[in-house]
Design a protein around this ligand. Structure first.
Ligand code: ATP
Ligand code: MG
Length: 425
């Protein structure tokens, strides 16, 4: 062991589990690519003010969870706690919205950092895949994104998740509702912290997970009952589109989510096997964000899916991802000359797309065969001095132990033929 450990709240992704993470990212990304979303990558840190404004001064993310730093040059930066503000900043800075082709559809994948109280499913460094459709107000887009996320989870084999849906209204109807809610909340018996929240972001009080708070909220006014006609019609349309696409969802009138910038459609994917860290993804419409960070009006919608919690959800459901074998063929050379020959063969197999590896470090037969078995390969290619003299190599099927001599100049084709008829594992 080294003197050092990974920092609190972080962990290393190591084989073989790391392959599941890659598979989850790919399962999220592939449908986005097929739906016209282009890949975007922004810096891992940004001007701290971007998040203060773009995520919201009153959110837990900004008040408690940001990793901030001052550079030697005096810049105030923050490690990115989420993706949307950065992606929108990048789209605006690169004038993507001016290319005359709205919506700008983007997807991203990367690491995010929040100074949280670490526990299972809640880390200080975690991984998200996200998607944003920028610049268009259209219920079909809200529906598209929810359908894409839902289909991704299902393509991974997840079944025990639910979609929670709500509308947060807009600049027309939310202010009046907000005032009504504030008035109601001020009449309740709440602690000091929560009382402060009533002034800054009263909607978030509805989302309080504590039993003592929830008990008092039964009679609270709900946004759903105070939507203006436009917001109501928009929300109805999104619901119809989801139903038409065969997507089950639950109306959750108390769903508000942590970020300040959401308007209208808001949704969360929750998994029932994860205990209190149950949200595997979430998102919604953020029509006001662009203006909040100095851009033009660009109504947008997006989501971010948590890779770490999705892997935990797969484990909770016992889903075995059908991952391809890491190594299909393993070379076991005996002696210097055989190593040179086999190294050449393995290189050719790799160039032909076969996952191949070999024993390094001049191992003896016993140790090299151990490595072959550990690699999970189907076949070993064993090459000794006598084989070399005869121009053959031993092709051994590791599971059955069956072995045959194959001419060196035919072995690549032979291996290809055998693997071609095998299902990938
Ligand atoms: P929570 O309510 O659990 O704190 P959140 O509302 O802060 O979640 P978002 O900002 O919406 O989460 O991020 C989208 C997804 O990213 C979440 O649904 C979750 O799967 C994942 N996520 C967020 N924070 C963490 C974290 N600290 N560790 C692991 N995954 C996280
Ligand atoms: Mg959070």
């Amino acid at each position: 062991m080294s003197t050092f450990k990974a920092p609190k709240g972080t962990y290393d992704l190591i084989p073989p589990r790391s392959a599941e993470y890659l598979a989850v990212r790919e399962a999220f990304a592939a449908p986005l690519r097929r739906a016209g979303y282009g890949y975007v990558e922004t810096p891992g840190f940004e001007n701290v003010e971007l998040f203060a404004r773009g995520v919201g001064e009153s959110t837990d993310i900004v008040t408690k969870e940001m990793y901030t730093l001052t550079t030697k040059g005096g810049d105030e930066l923050a490690l990115r706690p989420e993706g949307t503000a950065s992606v929108l900043r990048g789209a605006l800075e690169n004038n993507l919205h001016k290319a005359g082709n709205l919506p700008v559809k983007l997807w991203y994948s990367g690491s995010y950092y929040r100074y949280e109280r670490p526990q299972k499913g809640r880390y200080r460094h975690f991984s998200q895949v996200g998607a944003e459709a920028i610049g268009t107000e259209d219920p079909y887009l809200d529906a598209e994104l929810i359908i894409l996320a839902r289909d991704s989870y299902r393509s991974l084999g997840l079944r025990n998740f639910r979609i929670l849906l709500n509308s947060l209204g807009d600049a027309n109807c939310r202010p009046a509702y907000r005032a009504l809610l504030q008035e109601h909340l001020r009449g309740l018996d709440l602690d000091e912290d929560t009382r402060r929240r009533i002034d800054i972001n009263p909607l978030r009080v509805l989302d309080d997970k504590r039993e003592a708070v929830q008990r008092q909220l039964t009679g609270a006014p709900l946004m759903a009952d105070h939507l203006c006609a436009e917001c109501k019609a928009y929300h109805e349309r999104v619901r119809e589109l989801l139903t038409a696409a065969g997507v089950d969802f639950e109306d959750d009138p108390k769903l508000v989510r942590g970020l300040d910038y959401y308007t209208r459609t808001t949704f969360e994917f929750v998994h029932d096997g994860l205990g209190s860290q149950s949200a595997v993804g979430g998102g919604g419409r953020y029509d006001g964000l662009s203006e909040m960070i100095g851009g033009p009006a660009l109504p947008s919608v997006g989501w971010a899916l948590g890779v770490d919690r999705t892997v935990l959800a797969l484990e909770a459901e016992g889903v075995d991802l059908q991952l391809p074998a890491v190594t299909q063929v393993f070379g076991v050379p005996l002696g210097e000359e055989a190593t040179g020959e086999l190294f050449g063969l393995i290189t050719r197999l790799r160039r032909d797309g076969v996952a191949a590896d070999l024993a390094f470090g001049g191992k003896g037969l016993k140790n090299a065969m151990k490595s072959a078995n550990r690699s999970g390969a189907r076949y070993a290619l064993i090459l000794g001095e006598r084989d070399l003299a005869e121009g053959v190599v031993q092709l051994k099927e590791l599971e059955t132990g069956g072995q045959e001599s194959v001419a060196l100049d035919r072995v690549v084709a032979e291996v290809q033929a055998k693997l071609g008829s095998l299902p990938t594992r």
